[in-house]
Write a protein that binds this ligand. Structure first.
Ligand code: ADP
Length: 252
């Protein structure tokens, strides 16, 4: 069933952060949302996770209408925010058992998943230290593990791979692939092209809250190198003209 975002508009103050935005994210694939900072990625991810409201349009997540039943959406979604807000004075294991009880996951199931994932991410040595004392990348792993404890049907990750070391990033990629192979919809946002190229099946490139290009990575690569396309599509004309003018000045 995946995620269906249909003509969604989101307005903050007098600014349209998403403008008539549509996207279809199928089960069984890893879907990337690419765009420069400020293009509306986080806003879109929060709407798909049932966390933020929107002004018009329709969002259906695994058959659940996000406007009518945002709590239902949050129940089936695993969401990893860009800057996870974790309880600093809990240890990762305490945090996992807290999340398991809030989500009503049987403790034996939660414990087994937490242990396996902790091992997979090489987090064992931190499992009993306070979260507040951990590095950004380690906290990111804690957040990823906690989002997976209820075996979500839909996984939404906001810039979550950026803080990971290469080995954990590889484990993470394999994990996303196996979740997709098991039939989950996996969507993540990034402003780093290389990540999208190595991880995603399909992508949407966005700019100023609107879709600029959509399709499979292989089709988009056929036309042109994705990097050229990304730079071309997302480059800010105002900035380029300022930079060009500066170049001219410096050459004089
Ligand atoms: P991205 O994730 O691509 O960097 P965001 O979705 O965070 O983009 O932001 C898109 C635009 O929406 C930015 O101009 C940002 O300032 C604005 N914005 C995001 N959240 C809020 C908010 N809660 N209140 C007002 N403006 C917001």
């Amino acid at each position: 069933m995946g995620i269906s975002v249909e003509s969604v508009t989101k307005i903050y103050g007098n600014k349209k952060v998403l403008s008539n935005f549509s996207i279809q994210i199928p089960d069984g694939k890893i879907y990337g949302i690419l765009g420069p900072n400020g293009s509306g990625k986080t806003t879109l991810m929060k709407i798909m996770a049932g966390i933020s409201q929107f002004d018009s349009g329709r969002v259906i997540v695994n058959g659940i209408d996000a406007r009518l039943d945002p709590i239902g959406v949050r129940r089936i979604v695993g969401y990893v925010p860009e800057a996870p807000n974790l309880y600093e004075s809990l240890t990762p294991y305490e945090y996992f058992s807290f999340i398991a009880s809030v989500r009503g996951i049987p403790s034996e199931t939660a414990w087994k998943r937490a242990e396996e994932l902790t091992k997979a991410f090489g987090l064992e040595e931190y499992a009993d230290q306070f979260i507040g004392s951990l590095s950004f990348g380690t906290r990111q792993k804690v957040s990823i593990i906690s989002s997976l404890l209820h075996a979500p049907k839909v996984l939404i990750l906001d810039e979550s791979i950026n803080g990971l070391d290469p080995q954990s990033a590889k484990i993470f990629r394999d994990l996303l692939r196996s979740l997709a192979n098991d039939g989950s919809a996996v969507v993540f946002s990034t402003h780093i092209l290389e990540i999208a190229e190595t991880v995603c099946d399909d992508i949407t490139i966005m700019k100023n809250g609107a879709v600029v290009a959509q399709g499979s990575i292989s089709d988009l690569l056929k036309e042109k190198h994705l990097e050229d396309m990304f730079i071309e599509l997302t480059s800010d004309e105002d900035i380029s003209s300022v930079v060009n003018a500066l170049r001219g000045t410096l050459r004089q």
